[in-house]
Ligand binder design. Structure first.
Ligand code: ZN
Length: 171
């Protein structure tokens, strides 16, 4: 029987939603999405990492799923989801963010994007890159969304600077 007398779960703190991405993983992410989009279709990948929000792993959609992605179809098949969860469990990682590309400069979440996420945990990030990832990474042009208790919230400016950090890694 569930014990309802215990302390309630704490509200998600800012640190639970923050993302720290090493610069080499970011570069790999952008290059991978760009190549995969080939200038004509959406592509996606997943960032896995520690519960503290440090990105340690990037998994591309096409490496997880089959190669039948079309311009607007990004949903992972069930077996790919299963493989992803297995991989995360083996590495003791959690899903931190999903990233995908859009054709033009609009980086909001479409209705389908909002429904079609791998993870609806509060604090999960959904990041949208414009122009099929063809341009260099500029935070002001990228859509950052965080899952809240009532859907998705786009963050920018000061809040974004507090929550999102690129960690420079020497090659
Ligand atoms: Zn989208």
């Amino acid at each position: 029987m569930l014990d309802n007398t215990g302390p309630r779960l704490p509200a998600p703190s800012i640190s639970a939603s923050s993302l720290v991405v090493p610069s080499n993983l970011l570069a790999c992410t952008v290059a991978g999405l760009r190549v995969r989009s080939e200038g004509w279709r959406e592509s996606a990948c997943i960032w896995g990492g520690t519960r503290e929000g440090r990105v340690t792993n990037v998994a591309f959609h096409h490496e997880l799923g089959d190669d039948r992605a079309t311009a607007l179809s990004l949903e992972l098949p069930e077996d790919a989801k299963f493989a992803l969860y297995k991989q995360l469990a083996a590495r003791q990682e959690v899903l931190l963010a999903m990233l995908h590309t859009h054709p033009e400069d609009w980086v909001g979440l479409s209705w389908i994007d909002a429904q079609n996420q791998l993870c609806s945990r509060i604090g999960f990030w959904s990041i949208v890159l414009p122009f099929y990832g063809a341009k260099e990474w500029k935070e002001a042009e990228i859509g950052f969304h965080i899952r809240c208790d009532r859907g998705w919230q786009q963050i920018q400016g000061e809040t974004l600077r507090k929550l999102f950090r690129i960690e420079v890694v020497q090659k």
